[in-house]
Design a protein around this ligand. Structure first.
Ligand code: GDP
Ligand code: MG
Length: 695
């Protein structure tokens, strides 16, 4: 048997899925998009069912890849049953999707989840009455505590054997009689009512009906006179019928405590955290605290405040020290090993100055990156990030911007590629383009090693503040750029931002660990493949001249040296490209186009002061790198360099994704020019002001 779990985001689908499938789960991708596809097997006694976790959706409209995936799955893959999981604390909102699922012919069981929270908040749901209204079984569960799961699966196994015919709220609406006629056009197909509603809503493509049927339906639609406020917008009218069905039939199944008692704990926390006055300051303080925990060399400022003699290092900084020692040790071993086997000088150079210096530099920042991702994940999983988007919306509205784009933009802190794909959830083409153009300004995970490397080298005692500031430079640039673009290229109103604030949850340690582990795997895999390969190429290009003779490592006669020197003049006003070795910074920026970690691995190779085995003694390879950075970059130049890397063209994969979303080479090139120009101007301002102030 094949069961699909469908439900709104954050209603506990994945938790239920994990409880059902245990270790058999397997994560893949839906074809063509980066939406997770989770499959697993539920077994009990002789019973066995394949379980699939559909993406979280609020409706089955065709506006986001998630919605299209879910509705196509239900139409075409014929699951034996749909487990529709709904959040008992938010029933009315969740049933909206249920009314759509019920239109299919699939057997359905409704899993009423979060019953623990509902109980605590004094929400009582009349399950019998709900079953009667919906016409399908409803089982109360608590996915988190795994209660009710067996009853759910027993019911599901029974229901899956009974055929079911779809039902629609339209059958009870004013247009019930026209709807019947529309359905007759689809009556031979499975899921007739589901298809009929899609066609009525104007989503011909996903209805899967023949051209003739669609024409017939169009005729009937022309005869229907909708109430004037809908202005022949059938989609809005259908949504309205669904909501009125919910308020008439479903709302009476819910009993809440009286208004004053009904203020849930979530509401109380929200009054404080999303308050008009304290909301944004709390957000920034919280974000700073996250950076502080990850990067500070004086945790909680205990030493500066005089409470401790010796500063306490954050675990991230502490681990960074350990990974540096490890890389140094490994380089030493490899180098003496190669001496023993009398390897050629270039092999030794490639291994030690190339591969180990480059990949080692990237990997040494892994602990800090993991910590930052862990904290950000916790903020997201507790439900706080959704509030951050809400706060941002309220703030950005003053500038005529909508915070709607802010949610996909938050994803950019992880990786631009899925975030840019997520721009599809924005309905308005202008906002979609604007969002893509602003995406790189939200520092992605791959850029983090750059910030770590510079902050730890140049601002060792204030690394947390330095890195926090880089993120802020990005956000402020994004806001200013958005205001300018809105006034010029993208004129028009900000669209309304509707978003449900999910109730707060305590995150599960297991989920956090899993999530961080997933990120870790990707990071290591990238370092071992693309970064390692590119590093060897960089080493080669920096060790050989155009005539393919080996030159003194990292001299400006090397291939990279010549290329970098050619572009160098463009960057001299930004402060970081002057002098003999200024071309190296230029090359690092260029290689960052392959993948942003390459900026660090390239610098690991190019700024490696070519130490021979004995000189390595007390200077670790990467602290030698830090020393070279301190000697080469003034603080102002370092910040300008970071800002340039932050704001300029992102990695190739992100550009390709943007190009696919723009569907226009003209837009892609214009956007690339916009990124370079913004990066140049902001870096220029930072360097000029910084050096005026004497930094
Ligand atoms: P999804 O987005 O639908 O996949 O939702 P998740 O499974 O990721 O769950 C979202 C959050 O709700 C997580 O923090 C879960 O720990 C929490 N959660 C899930 N089920 C329950 C439940 O029955 N009770 C409570 N209190 N929390 C739950
Ligand atoms: Mg999930």
């Amino acid at each position: 048997m094949k069961f699909a779990i469908a439900g709104n985001p954050n209603c506990g689908k994945t938790t239920l899925f994990n409880a059902l499938t245990g270790a058999s789960a397997h994560v893949g991708n839906w074809p063509g998009v980066t939406v997770d596809k989770k499959e697993g097997v539920y077994k009990k006694g002789g019973f066995r069912a394949e379980i699939i976790d559909l993406p979280g959706i609020y409706s089955l409209s065709p506006y986001s890849p998630e919605e299209v995936i879910a509705s196509n799955y239900i139409l075409n893959e014929n699951p034996d049953l749909i487990i529709n999981i709904v959040d008992a604390t938010n029933l009315e909102r969740n049933i909206y999707l249920t009314t759509q699922l019920l239109e299919s012919d699939c057997p359905i069981v409704v899993a009423l989840n979060m019953t623990d929270v509902a109980h605590r908040d004094g929400i009582k749901i009349d399950v019998r009455r709900l079953e009667e209204e919906l016409g399908v079984s409803v089982v109360e569960i608590c996915a988190l505590k795994k209660s009710g799961i067996e009853k759910l699966m027993d019911t599901a196994a029974k229901e899956a054997k009974k055929p079911r015919l779809g039902k629609s709220v339209l059958e009870e609406s004013e247009i019930s009689c026209c709807f019947e006629k529309i359905c007759s056009f689809a009556k031979d197909a499975r899921h007739a009512k589901f298809r009929a509603v899609k066609a009525l809503e104007g989503d011909a493509k996903n209805s899967g009906l023949s051209q003739d049927a669609l024409l017939g339906i169009e005729k009937i639609k022309n005869e229907i006179s909708l109430p004037s406020e809908f202005d022949s917008d059938f989609e809005a009218a259908v949504a309205n019928w669904r909501y009125s069905y919910i308020s008439k039939k479903i709302s009476p199944c819910i009993k809440r405590k009286s208004a004053s008692e009904a203020l849930t704990i979530s509401d109380k926390i929200d009054r404080f955290l999303t308050g008009k006055i304290l909301g944004l300051p709390i957000f920034f303080a919280l974000m700073f605290f996250v950076f502080h925990l990850t990067f500070s060399e004086d945790l909680f400022f205990l030493a500066s405040l005089g409470i401790l003699e010796e500063p306490l290092m954050s675990p991230g900084v502490y681990l960074l020290g350990l990974t540096e020692i490890f890389t140094e040790w490994l380089t030493g071993i490899v180098s003496s090993g190669l001496d023993v086997v009398k390897a050629a000088e270039w092999v030794k150079g490639m291994m030690c100055d190339g591969l180990l210096a480059g990949v080692g530099a990237v990997l040494s920042f892994m602990p800090q990156i993991m910590m930052l991702f862990m904290f950000l994940y916790i903020l997201e999983d507790t439900g706080y990030m959704a509030r951050a988007a809400f706060l941002m919306d309220r703030f950005l509205r003053r500038f005529g911007l909508s915070g709607k784009a802010f949610l996909p933009l938050l994803m950019c802190f992880g990786c631009l590629v899925p975030a840019i794909m997520g721009s599809r959830t924005l309905e308005n083409d202008k906002e979609r383009k604007l969002m893509i153009m602003l995406a790189p300004f939200f520092s992605c995970g791959a850029k983090l090693p750059i910030w770590s490397m510079f902050a730890m080298a140049i601002f060792p005692s204030n690394a947390d503040i330095a890195i926090f500031s880089i993120y802020m430079i990005g956000i402020i640039t994004a806001i200013i750029a958005a205001i300018i673009l809105k006034k010029t290229v993208f004129k028009g109103d900000a669209s309304v931002f509707i978003m449900e604030l999910p109730p707060y949850h305590l995150p599960l340690i297991k989920n956090i660990a899993l999530n961080v582990w997933e990120k870790l795997k990707i990071y290591i895999a990238r370092a071992a493949t693309i970064i390692a390969a590119a590093t060897v190429v960089i080493w080669f290009l920096s060790s050989f001249s155009f005539g393919f003779s080996m030159v003194e490592t990292n001299s400006n006669e090397s291939i990279l040296g010549v290329l970098g020197s050619f572009l160098q003049p463009l960057f001299i006003p930004l402060g970081f490209a002057s002098g003999d070795i200024g071309w190296k910074a230029v090359v690092a920026i260029l290689t960052g186009l392959i993948a942003k970690e390459m900026v660090v691995s390239t610098m690991g190779v190019l700024y490696n002061p070519n130490i021979e085995g004995d000189a390595l003694e007390d200077d670790a390879a990467s602290s030698a790198l830090a020393a070279t950075i301190v000697a080469t970059f003034s603080p102002a130049a370092a910040v300008a360099f970071m800002a340039f890397n932050l704001l300029s063209v992102p990695c190739m994969a992100a550009v390709a994704t943007a190009n696919a979303e723009f569907k226009s080479a003209k837009w892609t090139w214009a956007t690339i020019a916009f990124w370079i120009a913004t990066a140049w101007v902001v870096s220029f301002v930072i360097y000029q002001i910084g050096s005026l102030l004497g930094y």
